[in-house]
Design a protein around this ligand. Structure first.
Ligand SMILES: [Cu+2]
Length: 109
């Protein structure tokens, strides 16, 4: 009985975040070694989902880093990778490839 109650509680709380507003951004990395868009704006305190799509292996973007939020993921070609975080502070910070050669900027209002 206790086990069943725990499962129900988990299901309810898992649904709660989907009712909150979220913001979504798609960033593409093609053969030309630039993120498109290279910079974008987010609103503070709203969960942000950022989907990266690397469409070519003719760049050095095998990894995507957003150091401020501790994000470090591999970016296989043609497989969208979505990361999320809640931007808590206004200002700007970087995202980049694993070698910090391809760079972009996130601006939080
Ligand atoms: Cu690189």
């Amino acid at each position: 009985m206790t086990f069943a109650l725990v499962l129900i509680t988990a299901a309810v709380s898992a649904q709660t975040p989907s009712k909150r507003p979220v913001q979504r951004v798609h960033v593409t990395l093609g053969a030309e070694d630039t993120y498109q868009p290279e910079s974008f704006r987010l609103r503070r305190n709203i969960r942000a989902y950022i989907t990266f799509l690397r469409t070519s292996d003719r760049n050095c973007g095998e990894e995507i880093l957003i150091p401020k939020y501790g994000i470090h993921r591999n970016l296989p070609v043609n497989k969208p990778v979505t990361v999320w975080f809640v931007p808590r502070e206004s200002g700007s910070f970087a995202f980049s490839c694993g070698m910090d050669m391809i760079r972009g900027t996130i601006i939080v209002d």
